[in-house]
Design a protein around this ligand. Sequence first.
Ligand code: 13P
Length: 252
Amino acid sequence: MRRKLLVGNWKMNKTPDEAIAFASEIQKEAKFAADQKIDLGIAPTFLCLNDFRKNAPNNILVFAQNVHYEDHGAFTGEVSAAMLKSIRIDGSIIGHSERRTYDNETSKKCAKKIRALLKENLIPLYCVGETEQEFNEGKTKEVILKQLKEGLEDFKKEEMKKIIIAYEPVWSIGTGKNASEEIAENVCKFIREEVEKMIPESSEEVRILYGGSVKPNNIAGYLKQENVDGALVGGASLTPSSFAEMIHALSE
Ligand code: 13P
């Protein structure tokens, strides 16, 4: 049985003080989530990771938004998986569409980053999704299959079970144009089937999240779908009150 997972991606928002304030305001809700067997995660900026980890409830998974694939060296501006581990970070988002668009993040590069995280026993949260044009041209599955093959094909069964996948259609991110529950379920089901073909006997345990304009008033509908195990949320994860509302929506 896959546990529900709600992850907030803060993107380039919040100072360390604001992250600490969020951590203290969410204590009660985190306990409630634990009682309801709902897993929680937050991905702050690098700048806030240490303060957030130290102040957040222990049952909140803390993710970076990016990681480098080497352990150390001459890579200006980068942070390694070993460094994240040294401050008790649990994992990292990999291949978010904003990084694919603005930072030349390719699926092949993502595979190296996922490898680096697994080496440190950290959790990769690998994002896939098609652009609006690709969606309109009916290429969703083709695009996602390529992202899955290039990003994940080399992993073994036990490694694959530790990887979380997020389906985030680019056209739904920050736009208020949600994918319907039916689209989310169809694509997440497709992802599970393709993971199973690539890495047999792994996919039943892999958690697949939907992301893109998820809000307190629509999250429950996605989670009712058989193959949607959680949500990756941007804007609506920024205030403790709306994060808490989503936790409650998931518990019903
Ligand atoms: P929004 O929830 O703001 O649409 O962002 C989704 C997202 O990109 C999460 O990674």
